[in-house]
Design a protein around this ligand. Sequence first.
Ligand code: AMP
Length: 259
Amino acid sequence: MQGKTDRAAWLKGGDARCNVEPKKQSHPYRLVLLGAPGVGKGTQAELLHARLNACQLSTGDIFRGIKALAECERTPAAKQALDCMLRGDLVPDEIVLSLVAERTRCLRCGGGFLLDGFPRTVAQAEALDQLLAKQTVKLDAVVGYDLPTEQIIQRLSGRRICPKCKKGYHVQSLPPKVAGVCDHCGTALQQRDDDRPEAIRVRLEAYEKNTAPLAEYYRSKGLLLSIPATETPEKTLERTLQALQAKQNGGAKPPPAKR
Ligand code: AMP
């Protein structure tokens, strides 16, 4: 599952088949990307995909996709997930896990994978361990991106997206040529529902309570690579690739525990 990333199967779920043949790779990377909302996991996943060829698998994209379904196409679980997402709350573990369990084929794909936004709770991380063990595949690393809270809020609240071509902007750091309009296709830009101030607060609380403990979970397994996300996406990508390389060569020392 690589080349031009084909997340269609992952996004459609169930028995949907991926239509991109995995190209033989010397090392299919299997990574989890960890970090608070707004640190740039999605951007890093796209950049890493271009360099490593592994597919970006984003649970957030799946839940956002529910919004595009007609009301009558939404199952009760899909409706519940969408309500949680719009509030900024986490979707209940059982819904997330049933969705991921449907895609075990993606986890054993020869092209590798970049899990973006999953796992987000210790229960999800334990379930992922079990799924991977069943598929006899292992994670190479968990890349944890760090950014101070003020910068997270600044990034999230200024983020805009083109609903048509999906190009991302930021009102300050990456503004479009004409305010509010996509440079590429001229469509009016939108703010993600969960990037509104009320939802940002809930998301950051949910992150601190449920997801931050995962750093320790993976550090204790020797998998965590902590990367500062304060620089440009390209510099952050280079740091990530260097850290992965060092880990692969056995040269990376585990980063010191945070206080
Ligand atoms: P993201 O794009 O990863 O920030 O995800 C957007 C929203 O989808 C989150 O705020 C949650 O409501 C929901 N979501 C995505 N992934 C998960 C997950 N692994 N567990 C629970 N909720 C999730």
